[in-house]
Design a protein around this ligand. Sequence first.
Ligand code: SF4
Ligand code: SF4
Length: 68
Amino acid sequence: MALPQAWVDYQLCKPERCADGICPAVKICKRKILLQDAPYEAPYRLSEMCTGCGECVPICPLGAIYLR
Ligand code: SF4
Ligand code: SF4
């Protein structure tokens, strides 16, 4: 069965609410699955190699990342 993948809810994500516009969820992902092209831009999931570890979920202050 496929592992759950991290998704970004773009209705909830507000990069300007994160320090210097840097997404902490991108920083915490050891596998570099989440990327941000530039500060103040919303992150996105680069690949299907997400392990579903969930570490990126609670670090978003706006609850914009979820697993499914
Ligand atoms: S669930 Fe884990 S592997 Fe997947 S994007 Fe989040 S931190 Fe990275
Ligand atoms: S931590 Fe949450 S609100 Fe901030 S940029 Fe990342 S996904 Fe968006």
